[in-house]
Write a protein that binds this ligand. Structure first.
Ligand code: HEM
Length: 133
């Protein structure tokens, strides 16, 4: 699967969970886990979708193993941090070491993405659907 397709598919799956979570919070009038919901949506929807756009703009990375690793680590780190933040905000200290590890994993993964951005700065030339005159 191309990197951008993986990113887009994972992003929509995660935001469906995040939105369902938001609806449940609103309906139950219990907003205790709002920070976890926010992390899931911002890391899992916004960031992943932005990664997908970057990979779509850089076709050379679409089949790159490094890009695939970067995305899978991000997906797993997002799930880990979301669960951990949810545990912490419902009074379960067991979430603290999970939050510590997953936040460092996500930070390292963003460094990896930064390397890909700096090494692949130039996007593929835009193609136009309008025939040249
Ligand atoms: C069906 C869609 C959604 C529903 C029903 C929903 C619902 C909620 C609710 C009930 C809260 C708690 C508000 C409070 O306690 O003040 C909240 C907080 C929040 N949501 Fe959502 N949400 C939705 C989608 C999203 C999306 C897509 C994002 C981000 C892209 C997002 C980001 C946030 C953020 C940043 C907070 C603040 C968290 C905090 O204060 O710790 N939400 N949402």
């Amino acid at each position: 699967m191309r990197a951008s397709s993986l990113a887009f598919r994972a992003a929509v799956l995660l935001v469906l969970v995040g939105m369902g979570w938001g609806i449940f919070m609103a309906a139950s009038q219990d907003h205790a886990t709002a920070p976890a919901h926010a992390h899931l949506n911002l890391l899992g929807w916004v960031s992943l979708f932005l990664f997908g756009i970057f990979y779509r703009l850089h076709p050379a990375l679409e089949t790159s193993r490094t890009a695939a690793v970067q995305l899978w680590v991000w997906i797993l780190g997002t799930v880990g941090l979301t669960v951990a933040v949810g545990l912490i905000h419902t009074g379960r200290t067991a979430g603290e070491p999970v939050a510590a590890v997953s936040s460092l994993v996500l930070f390292a993964d963003m460094l990896l993405f930064a390397v890909l951005v700096f090494r692949n700065g130039r996007a593929a030339p835009a193609t136009s659907a309008v025939p040249a005159e």
